[in-house]
Design a protein around this ligand. Sequence first.
Ligand code: IPM
Ligand code: SF4
Length: 473
Amino acid sequence: MSNKTLYQKLVDAHTVAVLDEENVLLFCDLHLMNEYTSPQAFSGLDGKSRGVPVPGQNVSVVSHIIPTHNETPRRIADPASLLQARNLKKNCTKHNIPLFDTNDVLQGIEHVVSPEHGMIRPGMVVICGDSHTTTYGALGVLGFGIGTSEVEHVLATQTLVYRMAKNMRITIKGLLPKGTTSKDMILNIISQIGAKGAIGYVVEFCGSAVDALSTEARFTICNMAVEAGARGALIAPDSTAVDYILARAPDITGNIRDSALKYWATLHSDSGVLFDQEYVFNANDMAPFVTWGTSPDQAIAINSHLPTKESFKNPADRLSLEQALKYTKLTDGQALEGTPIQHVFIGSCTNGRIEDLREVVATIGDRRVASGVRAMVVPGSGAVKAQAEAEGIADKLIAAGFEWRKPGCSMCLAMNDDVLTSGTRCASTTNRNFEGRQGRGAITHLMSPAMAAAAAVTGMITDARKLQGANHA
Ligand SMILES: CC(C)[C@H](C(=O)O)[C@@H](O)C(=O)O
Ligand code: SF4
């Protein structure tokens, strides 16, 4: 038997038929859907009078368009968004597909809801009409986003025509220094390999710095791998991942547990296997990272300076620097630290989990949101919200002047009413900083929850480690 990467093992285990040299027909264990990318797929099915043969292997979550204000019940005011939510409900009811609906207490962002209920297990193929499906790689799962026409194909057959990707391995040696998180790690990596650096690849992350991370911190890394263009992200499941699953999947007991553990132990790249591309980083050198531009790879360590025009030899690179800085209203060569912000957004499928919120509270200590700053916390799911309330996190945030809101994608992409006005500068725990992402003309700085918390209480981009050090003193 030849040596295989984890990626090859997962593809082989799900290949129903080899179609040609590049494509296979892949069986999908779980298909997630949202209100945004599913309507045409259901219409397509209806038009062909087709059904959904295995509805139980599909799950839907209202994620993107949902309002996050604190009214109960939640009402979607925008007619187009309301129609999307209603259509999702109608289609799921018709086809017996489980749905986390608008007023379900467990509703949230699809990528936060599904793992927390034990639906995502090592060795699975999980797909969704959403690019951040790569998140599940943190549990040794091949997760990736698909287009609407593919959503229809999966609904009808539970399979997908899949073009094989290449294998990349990113090893992160050492250990993250105190006050530096997995968000900083992935921003650092993307800044080095580029926003196109992983196009065509499934990236396996490994090394001592990854081993030391919690599952939630690993989700953040795999979530953002797509911002480097990756078609998937993987971390071989270890005891951290197994403990995470077993705590959330009460059905895995007895013989099933034994055989699951045995199978999961095979889910790693074989020693000596060759990757098409390899990178090695050292976490010891990493620091909190913040984006300065309009692409996730335009990021620097908080204690360094923006690149200068002269540092780019290539005219195209120089032009993209100039264009980004024109939009973000910054100057080349300047420091980011001390830049005033008017808004803070803490949430999203990248950093809207309970550990993220704990980090926010630990960073702010007894401080209050700075005057003139609006700071919103939008938990990733109803379960995260309930837990944060039970732990007293919500009360602390509210007392400090943060808005404590209901779950959803919210200002990560501003598809609901959480939209920034032009010129507003936002410290955000999300994953994309494209022009207009959080509102036309709004400026996004991607960073970790601790860094966003530090920005909230100081009113400017601040090295969170300075605050954390003071809290511990
Ligand atoms: C709306 C959806 C298709 C989109 C995605 O695919 O990622 C969104 O979730 C995003 O983060 O931009
Ligand atoms: S939280 Fe943001 S990145 Fe995640 S699914 Fe929603 S819009 Fe996409």
